[in-house]
Design a protein around this ligand. Structure first.
Ligand SMILES: [Zn+2]
Ligand SMILES: [Zn+2]
Length: 66
């Protein structure tokens, strides 16, 4: 069953997902990988990729101000 979602992230249509959370909408995927413990450094790297949510821990990433 593929859940319909407003989110356009390609991971929603996949059966095997290698990330914990959708970086676009923050929805949790059903994966059984270990939850990573992120640091500010890894979150800053994700902010540079314009992710809205951390795909490892689900934290909301506030955009960097220019
Ligand atoms: Zn999503
Ligand atoms: Zn994180």
């Amino acid at each position: 069953m593929i859940k319909t979602t407003h989110c356009k992230n390609f991971n929603h249509g996949r059966i095997l997902v290698h990330i914990q959370y959708c970086p676009n909408c923050g929805e949790r995927f059903n994966v059984k990988t270990d939850i990573k413990h992120c640091t500010d450094i890894t979150h800053n790297e994700k902010r540079k990729l314009r992710d809205c949510f951390c795909c490892d821990c689900g934290t909301t990433l506030t955009p960097l101000k220019k």
